[in-house]
Design a protein around this ligand. Structure first.
Ligand code: SAH
Length: 259
């Protein structure tokens, strides 16, 4: 489905923009986290059942998860959720706000990284409602000059049946998109469904993040490996976007499946 939003002609304008992991950590410290949606994402809510296809016991990946409450939606249905997040504040807030107690352990494969897991005495919950979050310390990343995506593969987080990518690809520095896409593709299991939210706005008006990812670039990143279907294109302009100087702001929901 498309309602004819034009590609912005100046799509390259954000391409050299770089946010460091410290910049992201600072956003959490200074509470610049307007990206967080208290009610969860309405498009995921709408497509939730078709996304799950009635299957149980799926492994669901949340790249750059923040404290997205949607993780709980999947866990409550018995799916295993894995999130990756750089901010320990975000991770702890997620568990606190969802009333989940958790354990934390160092990740053996990667010095400085941690795994947070839901802990409970209730065995069914422990087996089927596992939420695991990984935290990578920026100092460690700088020392080894490793981007986060390469760490993900070393962390051995397994393969996934579903990916919910909102505020993730659009938050990755534009120069890191190729690497991000390669890693995401390497994490997909046969029969996967990958839901991806991208944004359409005038990138000359706002430096990002979130960044504008043109459709042509999406096709380049995923089009050879995946079938890509645009499920929705909705007007998502809010007051906070207007303060950035943009006068249109659309969200596009793509479903990527195996070719
Ligand atoms: N997906 C979430 C959060 C979106 S904002 C949601 O829908 O609410 C992007 C998040 O990614 C922030 O929480 C930020 O701290 C985290 N982040 C940014 N770069 C990261 C990186 N390279 N590795 C891990 N987390 C990162």
């Amino acid at each position: 489905m498309t309602i004819g939003i034009k590609e912005h002609p100046d799509a390259e304008v954000q391409k050299n923009r770089v946010l460091t992991l410290d910049d992201w950590q600072d956003k959490w410290v200074t509470r610049h986290i307007a990206f967080h949606q208290e009610q969860g994402h309405q498009l995921l809510k709408k497509h939730f059942d078709t996304f799950l296809k009635g299957q149980s016991g799926l492994r669901v990946f949340f790249p750059l998860c923040g404290k997205a409450i949607e993780m709980k939606w999947f866990a409550d249905r018995g799916h295993t959720v894995v999130g990756v997040e750089i901010s320990e504040i975000g991770i702890r807030e997620f568990f606190a706000e969802q009333n989940l107690s958790y354990t934390e352990e160092p990740l053996t494969e990667i010095a400085g990284a941690k795994v947070f897991k839901v802990c409970t005495d209730y065995e069914f919950f422990r087996e089927h409602f596992l939420i695991l979050l990984q935290h990578f310390r920026p100092s460690q990343i700088k020392r080894n000059n490793l981007s986060l995506p390469s760490l993900w593969s070393r962390a051995n987080i397994g393969k996934f049946d579903r990916i919910w990518d909102r505020g993730a690809l659009v938050a990755v520095n534009p120069g890191d998109r190729d690497r991000y896409a390669d890693i995401i593709l390497s994490l997909l299991r046969k029969g996967y469904h990958y839901l991806l939210v991208v944004l359409s706005y005038d990138p000359t008006k706002h430096t990002g993040p979130p960044f504008y990812v043109p459709d042509a670039e999406l096709k380049k990143l995923f089009g050879t490996k995946c079938n890509m279907q645009c499920l929705e294109e909705v007007d998502a302009l809010e007051e906070r976007h207007k303060t950035w100087g943009v006068d249109y702001f659309f969200e596009k929901l793509y479903l990527l499946t195996e070719k």
